[in-house]
Design a protein around this ligand. Structure first.
Ligand code: NAD
Ligand code: DAU
Length: 355
């Protein structure tokens, strides 16, 4: 038996592959396009490990996905592959439509053809797990109840709209064709191998480089934060026991304003690697123009996952963020490699920095 993971060289996908192979010996076929966000260095510890097969390719390439499915006969497909950065979707939505909508459609078509030809009992046991985001639900007011799976879908950015479209397609393939799907909608992840254009790794990297810490608008936007390894354990649990056709929210019960995040990261670095001049890292905070259409608050109600499948996150925000900052301090060569190339061009575009 094996599983096919798409987008397994990205932040969450690579954590998932490492987590999976740390927990069992079931082989992983890892299909990834290696966009700017895909980094095979994340999987360096699997070099020479026959349980991991990396395949360079696109979920939108029907023929390639169909070949892979026919050759390896996986019992499940877990779809992480996506364009994932809201700011990039504002600068250029085209790639988001191509991968998150059209790519997901082609993937669904290839999986439907493969699954349709399977014999029992493999056909009944097969699962497609689609990894999605809380952003599809839109934005909450300060006192609104957290998103449940019944919350209306009201995406506000090209990124979240493209993810919502893929969620709808996945749902429709179950409803129309009976494809055995599962969908997870998760809150903001953080942890090892997080690409440093997203808030938490960007803060760590900029603190250490003596650069400004860019806070959009007033910094009072709220996100729910989940340590990435807890997201991985939730996906494993949903894959193992989730009810076919259902959606499960995944969250950390950790609502924080962005400014609280900035303060926490700065305080941890003050403790673990203080500035040579003794000035607190908070001094580097710089307020910048807000993200257009910036969602004010996300909050996830993960009771369904807890009630039905017994899942709870293992980390609190305090333990998870300490591990994360320590990981970045211990893995400066990884950071240095990411900072070369495409990432520098992105910094120039987003913040007007010279690469
Ligand atoms: P990421 O941007 O770090 O990684 C995406 C990966 O997908 C990269 O390795 C990239 O090369 C690959 N990819 C992109 N287009 C592809 C294509 N057409 N074919 C094959 N591979 C392709 O993203 P992430 O943060 O790891 O997110 C993974 C998934 O989880 C996404 O679907 C995202 O929407 C979802 N999600 C992310 C978060 C978060 O906080 N990061 C939270 C909830 C849900
Ligand atoms: O909620 C889940 C989503 O979380 C995922 O679906 C996305 O793939 C993932 O990228 C993440 O989206 P966000 O837009 O919330 O993450 P980001 O790290 O870009 O921003 C987090 C918050 O910090 C957001 O309110 C914007 C703010 N921010 C971000 C950056 C990069 C800043 O204030 N300054 C910054 O420089």
């Amino acid at each position: 038996m094996s599983i096919l993971v798409t987008g397994g060289a990205g932040f969450i996908g690579s954590n998932f592959v490492l987590d999976w192979l740390g927990a069992c010996d079931e082989p992983v076929i890892n299909l990834d396009k290696l966009t700017y966000a895909g980094n095979l260095e994340n999987l360096a510890s699997l070099h020479g490990d026959s349980r991991h097969l990396f395949v360079h390719g696109d979920i939108g390439d029907f023929a390639q996905v169909a070949r892979l499915l026919a050759e390896h006969q996986p019992r499940a497909v877990i779809n992480f592959a996506a364009e994932s950065h809201v700011d990039r979707s504002i600068h250029g939505p085209g790639e988001f439509i191509a991968t998150n909508i059209v790519g997901s459609f082609q993937l669904l078509e290839a999986v439907r053809a493969y699954w349709g030809a399977l014999a029992e009992p493999a056909k009944a046991a097969f699962r497609l797990l689609h990894v999605s985001t809380d952003e599809v639900y839109g934005s909450l007011g300060k006192d609104d109840a957290a998103f449940t799976e019944q919350h209306r879908v009201e995406p506000n950015s090209p990124y979240s709209a493209s993810k919502a479209a893929s969620d709808h397609l996945v749902r429709a393939y179950h409803h129309t064709y009976g494809l055995p799907v599962l969908t997870t909608n998760c809150s903001n992840n953080y942890g090892p191998y997080h690409f440093p254009e997203k808030l938490i790794p960007l803060l760590i990297v900029n603190c250490l480089a003596g650069k400004p810490l860019p806070v959009y608008g007033d910094g009072q936007q709220v996100r729910d934060w989940l340590y990435v390894k807890d997201h991985c354990s939730a996906i494993r649990r949903v894959l193992a026991a989730g009810r076919v056709g259902e959606t499960y929210n995944v969250g950390g019960w950790n609502e924080k304003t962005n400014l609280e995040i900035v303060d926490t990261v700065c305080a941890l670095l003050d403790e673990l690697q203080p500035r040579a001049d003794g000035v607190p890292y908070r001094a580097q905070i710089t307020y910048v123009t807000d993200r257009p259409g910036h969602d004010r608050r996300y909050a996830i109600d993960a009771h369904k996952l807890e009630r039905e499948l017994g899942w709870r996150p293992a980390e609190t925000f305090e333990t998870g963020i300490r591990k994360t900052v320590a990981w970045y301090l211990a893995n400066q060569p990884w950071v240095a490699n990411v900072l070369s190339g495409g990432y520098r061009e992105w910094l120039a575009k987003q913040y007007g920095e010279t690469a």
